[in-house]
Design a protein around this ligand. Structure first.
Ligand code: NDP
Length: 487
C-alpha cells in the first residue's frame, strides 16, 4: 500500500542549492528549445507538413517547440486507436495502472526543476509560480493513484437479506482531454492521469500555447512504460480538430478546462447523439471566473491589501482563481485603494527566468491586446487608474500590473473575465451591499473575505456563492486536499 497522501512541498529558492538547481535546469532546458515534435497515435510517431509553433512570450522570437499539426483524419484515427486499445487496457488491474502513475510521480519529482524551467520558457511563469504548477502536477499523480486503489476496493452498499450485492467501478472508454495553457502542466497531468489510472484511454490535445509542456509529460509516460495507444498525443488547433474529437461517436467523455465560451460549446456538442454512438457522453468542464475579494471595514488593512495584490497579480493574473475585483466596504475604501496602489507599483515586471522579477509576460500577443483594451474600456466606463495602465517595458508581452478604482459593479471590467493583471476596485455601502456585489456575476468559482468579525465570516460562508471560499488569506494557490471518507 502506498503511504498516506501528502502535498508536494514548494521549493524554497532562498536556499542556494535550490537556486543553483533552477539555474542549471533553465540552462539545460534552453538547449532543448526549438525541437520538432511528432503526433503520437498508438505508439506511431507521425510528422505532418502543417506545423504549430510555440513561442516564448517573454522573447517572442524564441521558438520553444515545433509541432506537427493533426488534421481531421489523424484526429479521427487517434480516437479509433484509443478505442481499440481500450479493449486491452480496461483489463489491466487497477493496482498495475496505479503503479505507472506512481512511477511517473517519482520521475517528475526527480526532474522537478526541468519541468518548471519549461513552464518558465513556454508560458512565462516566474520561479515560484512554475514550481507550484509542477508540485500540483505531482500531487495529482500521487492523489489519483491512491484514489484508484480506494475505488478498486470493496464499496459500501446497503445490505438486503438473501441477496449478495456489490458495487464496482468500471472504466468508460475513450476520453478526449483538452487542457488550458495557464496551468499547462498541472491541469494537463491531472485530467490525463485521472482518466488513464481509472482504466480509460486518452487522446490529449494540448493547448496551442503550451504543447511542449504536454510533450514533456507524454515522454515521461512513455518512459515509465505505459503501453502504446493508452495515451495518444495530438497537437493541433482546437478550432480545427476539437469539434471532430468531441463529436466522434467513439468518444465516451471529454475532460475540459478552459474558457466559458469553449466549454459551453463542447458541452452542447457532446450532448448531441451521433450516428453509431452508444450511450451518452460525459463532460467535465472547468471554466472561467470573475473572482472577488471582499474587504470588510473590520480587518487588518495592510494584510488585506497584501493578499489582494498577491491574488490579483500572481502569474500576471492569469489564474481562474485570480482576484479581479476587490469589493471594499465604504469607510476604509480610500485607505485601501492607496495601500493597494502603492504595493502594486512596487511589483517588478520582467523576464520570468530572472529570479528577481515578480511578474513575467502574459501568454501571447492577442491576450496582451485584449487586456489593454479592457483597461481602456474600464476608464471609458468611469474607472480611475491608480497603478499601471499600459504595456510594460521589454520585447515580450509585458503588461503593467493595473489597479482601476471607482469601478461600477456592473461595468464591463467588473463582469467579464479579463485573464490578465487588472484589478477593479468597487466601493460598497456596507457589508450587505458588498455581499450583493460579490454575487452579481454569472461566474461562481473562487472568492474570499477579509474580516475579523466571526458573524460576517459565517454569513459569507453561506451566502457568498463560490466553489472555493477563503477567509483572511489570498484567494489563489489552492492545494489538493483529500476529503476524508466518513462512511
Ligand atoms: P480556451 O477555452 O481558449 O482553450 C482551452 C482549450 O480548448 C485549448 O486546448 C484549446 O485549443 C481548446 N479548444 C478551443 N476550441 C476548441 C473546440 N472547438 N473543441 C475542443 N477544444 C477546443 O482557454 P485558455 O487555454 O485560454 O485558458 C484560459 C481559460 O481557462 C480561462 O477562462 C480560465 O478561467 C480557464 N481556467 C479554468 C480553470 C478552472 O479550474 N475552472 C483552471 C484554469 C483555467 P487551442 O489552444 O488549440 O485553441
Amino acid at each position: 500500500m502506498p503511504t498516506k497522501f501528502k502535498n508536494e512541498p514548494f521549493t524554497d529558492f532562498s536556499k542556494p542549492a535550490n537556486k543553483k538547481a533552477m539555474q542549471q535546469a533553465l540552462a539545460k532546458v534552453r538547449k532543448e528549445l526549438g525541437k520538432d515534435h511528432p503526433l503520437v497515435i498508438g505508439g506511431e510517431e507521425i510528422m505532418t507538413q502543417d506545423k504549430l509553433y510555440s513561442y516564448n512570450p517573454a522573447k517572442p522570437g524564441e521558438v520553444v517547440g515545433v509541432f506537427s499539426k493533426a488534421n481531421q483524419e489523424l484526429a479521427g484515427k487517434a480516437i479509433e486507436t484509443a478505442a481499440t486499445t481500450f479493449e486491452t487496457w480496461k483489463n489491466v488491474p487497477a493496482k498495475k495502472r496505479a503503479e505507472y502513475i506512481f512511477k511517473a510521480a517519482a520521475l517528475m519529482r526527480k526532474r522537478k526543476f526541468e519541468f518548471s524551467a519549461m513552464l518558465t520558457y513556454e508560458v512565462g511563469k516566474t520561479w515560484p509560480e512554475a514550481d507550484a504548477d509542477t508540485a500540483e502536477a505531482i500531487d495529482f499523480l500521487e492523489f489519483y493513484g491512491r484514489e484508484m486503489l480506494r475505488y478498486a476496493g470493496p464499496q459500501p452498499v446497503t445490505e438486503i437479506k438473501e441477496e449478495k450485492n456489490e458495487l464496482r467501478y468500471i472504466p468508460l472508454g475513450v476520453g478526449v482531454v483538452v487542457p488550458p495553457w495557464n496551468f499547462a502542466l498541472a491541469i494537463l497531468v491531472g485530467m490525463t492521469s485521472a482518466a488513464i489510472v481509472t482504466g480509460n484511454t486518452v487522446v490529449l490535445k494540448p493547448s496551442s500555447d503550451s504543447p511542449t509542456i504536454g510533450w514533456k509529460f507524454f515522454e515521461l509516460m512513455r518512459e515509465v512504460g505505459l503501453p502504446a495507444g493508452v495515451f495518444n498525443f495530438v497537437a493541433g488547433s482546437g478550432a480545427a480538430v476539437g469539434d471532430l474529437m468531441v463529436a466522434h461517436p467513439k468518444t465516451r467523455f471529454i475532460s475540459f478546462t478552459g474558457s466559458k465560451e469553449v466549454g459551453t460549446h463542447i458541452n452542447e456538442l457532446a450532448a448531441k447523439v451521433q450516428p453509431g454512438q452508444i450511450w451518452l457522453k460525459r463532460v467535465v468542464a472547468e471554466m472561467g471566473g470573475k473572482d472577488s475579494i471582499l474587504i470588510d471595514n473590520e480587518t487588518d488593512l495592510d494584510a488585506a491589501a497584501q493578499a489582494t495584490v498577491a491574488s490579483a497579480f500572481g502569474f500576471q493574473g492569469q489564474k481562474c482563481s485570480a482576484a479581479s475585483r476587490a469589493i471594499v466596504v465604504g469607510s476604509i475604501y480610500d485607505k485601501f485603494v492607496e495601500k493597494v496602489a502603492e504595493k502594486t507599483k512596487a511589483l517588478k515586471v520582467g523576464l520570468p527566468e530572472d529570479q528577481s522579477n515578480y511578474m513575467g509576460p502574459v501568454v501571447n500577443k492577442g491576450s496582451m491586446e485584449k487586456i489593454l483594451n479592457y483597461i481602456e474600456t474600464g476608464v471609458k466606463e468611469g474607472g480611475r487608474i491608480v497603478a499601471g495602465g499600459k504595456r510594460a517595458q521589454g520585447d515580450g508581452y509585458f503588461v503593467e500590473p493595473t489597479v482601476i478604482a471607482d469601478v461600477d459593479p456592473k461595468a464591463t471590467i467588473a463582469q467579464e473575465e479579463i485573464f490578465g493583471p487588472v484589478l477593479a476596485v468597487i466601493k460598497a455601502r456596507n457589508f450587505d451591499h458588498a455581499l450583493e456585489i460579490a454575487n452579481n456575476t454569472e461566474f461562481g468559482l473562487t472568492g474570499g473575505i477579509w474580516t475579523k468579525n466571526k458573524k460576517k465570516q459565517e454569513r459569507a460562508k453561506n451566502e457568498f456563492h463560490v466553489g472555493n471560499f477563503y477567509i483572511n488569506r489570498k484567494i489563489t494557490r489552492n492545494v489538493i486536499q483529500q476529503i476524508l471518507q466518513l462512511l
